[in-house]
Unconditional design. Structure first.
Length: 177
């Protein structure tokens, strides 16, 4: 699509939640194309591998495939954005607590690339308390995450947590208590 307005939605998506999906849907109403960019940085010690995170995102955004693309990126976000021809970066703001960090990031990105704008979107109220860590913690302790993540992700979480438990048992389970 020539002249189509492309926006990036970057993050670690470990895993993608309904809050992320809500932001993607909102971005689709504003932009022609949305490139969901999955960070390859491992400093957050992700539960899911990069391939698993990409696969889950592709699966849950399949109904929007005409507008949404999912890709991994490494290095500076601004370099990736310029290379891909993106005009803006989307970030979700869930609460005032997000603001400081997001403000810092958007100003640093602007310093690095004056032309790249950051657009803040607010997710549906029901998802304002949601984060991937909280989802993993609740699921890991046996709580229900139904309605917080897409059903495919809920299944993958169950599988992953079960295999993590097996792995820990095999490598000397007494630490599990
Ligand atoms: N619904 C639910 N959760 C949401 C959400 C939403 N709408 N929006 C954000 N979150 C959560 C995420 O799940 C994540 O939760 P977690 O910390 O429990 O995993 C948390 O908010 C942070 O968001 P995330 O999307 O993971 O972004 P991040 O803050 O880790 O930033 C990059 C990641 C990739 C955007 C950033 O590190 C980056 O740009 N890296 C590239 C290197 C670079 O250019 N650095 C200079 C930056 S100025």
């Amino acid at each position: 699509m020539s002249g189509a307005l492309l926006v990036l939605y970057p993050g670690s998506f470990d895993p993608v939640t309904n809050g992320h999906l809500d932001i993607i849907q909102r971005a689709c109403r504003l932009f022609d194309r949305v490139l969901v960019a999955v960070s390859t940085q491992v400093d957050k010690r992700p539960l899911f591998s990069l391939e698993e995170r990409l696969e889950m995102l592709r699966e849950v955004t399949a109904p929007l495939r005409r507008q949404v693309e999912v890709e991994a990126f490494d290095g500076l976000l601004v370099h990736y954005a310029v290379n891909r021809g993106a005009k803006a970066v989307i970030r979700g703001i869930r609460a005032v607590t997000d603001f400081d960090y997001e403000f810092q990031m958007s100003l640093m990105n602007r310093r690095l690339c004056e032309e790249l704008e950051t657009v803040f979107l607010v997710p549906a109220e029901a998802y304002t308390y949601l984060s991937s860590s909280l989802v993993k913690e609740v699921a890991g302790l046996g709580g229900s995450v139904t309605g917080l993540v897409p059903s495919q992700v809920e299944r993958k979480l169950e599988e992953k947590l079960a295999s993590e438990r097996d792995r820990r048992k095999q490598s000397g389970g007494c630490r599990d208590g």
